[in-house]
Ligand binder design. Structure first.
Ligand code: NCD
Length: 326
């Protein structure tokens, strides 16, 4: 594995499977009465958030704490960034504090790449979402959720997503989640179809390793998982569709549409959800929707990523494989 996690495209199939398998071990720890491992004791993880976040920030914090790392949470609001401090000076401050890993979310696409290749900091950089570019740990937790739901955690060899048909629906243009998922899911052998209004399909999508459709109803019966994306109003500087009602009618998932999906198929959403827009409350609250499960799985995935990047030479979970229950 590389030293940083910036893009899902950087992950080979072996890397991705290693992270998913390690996350599976981490998930078993979550079922124990004491959920903490000593693996990253004495290491410092900084969460550097320049953009709003609920799930991702809490999830990285929980992951680092469960591995016994020291965690420093930095949010741009209320910091010297609002006085105009640059990314460089912020990074140098973190370096002075001895950060072993920096988890960064930034409104500019490319900011994590800049941080990783600047020489400003020594530690590992993890991209927690940059602009409309990528969100690799979200794609990993999505793949983990699909693997558990569609293949099963104990399926043994071939536990990846070979031949599974995944449909990603909605505001693909502004979605770093969609970009990272297209890369990772195809690496894991799945077939991805994007469904969106033509105005929300990115330029150059013909070079992406996926299909594009404008007809949700036609694609649903052929899907093993349907991932609904949030309509990202904060990134829209123009009108991309006539009205919310029109959008919901053509591209929203309601119970009637969900009934077109095969019985085993799941509905996913990275959150935050616009209930009534891309997904109805009824679908969001149905047992087929994995949104809450995705959040829980996110902690296991981020534990695995931090553990693998910070290079624990010893097994992450001593109990299961070597020295007996911990
Ligand atoms: C996503 C994000 O921030 O990119 N959410 C998340 O990380 N769980 C998707 C979104 O904001 O719609």
């Amino acid at each position: 594995m590389k030293r940083h996690l910036i893009s899902a495209a950087d992950l080979s199939r072996d890397d991705a499977v290693l992270i998913l398998d390690t996350a599976e071990e981490m998930a078993r720890v979550a079922d124990r009465p004491i959920k903490k491992l000593p693996t990253l004791r004495g290491r410092t993880v900084v969460n550097l958030f320049f953009e709003d976040s609920t799930r991702t920030r809490i999830s990285f914090e929980a992951a680092a704490k469960r591995l016994s790392a020291d965690v420093i949470n930095f949010s741009a609001k209320g910091s010297s960034v609002s006085k105009g401090e640059s990314l460089k000076d912020t990074a140098l401050t973190l370096e002075a504090m001895g950060a072993d890993a920096v988890v960064i979310r930034h409104h500019d696409s490319g900011a994590p790449y800049r941080l990783a290749n600047s020489g400003w900091i020594e530690g590992a950089v993890v991209n927690a979402g940059d602009g409309t570019h990528e969100h690799p740990t979200q794609a990993l937790l999505d793949a983990f959720t699909m693997r558990r739901r569609l293949v099963g955690p104990d399926a043994g060899l071939g536990r990846d997503l070979d031949g599974r048909r995944i449909t990603i629906v909605g505001d693909v243009l502004h979605s770093r989640v969609a970009r990272s998922n297209v890369h990772l899911l195809t690496t894991l052998g799945a077939q991805v179809t994007l469904v969106a209004p033509p105005t929300l399909v990115p330029i150059g999508v013909e070079h992406w390793p996926c299909e594009v459709s404008y007809d949700l109803d036609a694609v649903l019966p052929k899907s093993d998982a349907v991932m609904m994306l949030r309509v990202q109003r904060e990134r829209m500087n123009a009108a991309f569709f006539p009205t919310e009602r029109e959008y919901a009618r053509r591209y929203g998932l309601d119970s009637e549409r969900m009934a077109r999906m095969p019985e085993h198929a799941i509905v996913m959403h990275p959150g935050p959800m616009n209930r009534g827009m891309e997904i109805t409350a009824e679908v969001a609250d149905s047992p087929r929707c994995t949104a809450v499960e995705q959040v829980a799985n996110g902690v296991s995935i981020r534990m695995a990523v931090l553990y693998l990047l910070l290079g624990g030479a010893e097994p992450a979970v001593a109990g299961n494989r070597t020295t007996g229950e911990q």
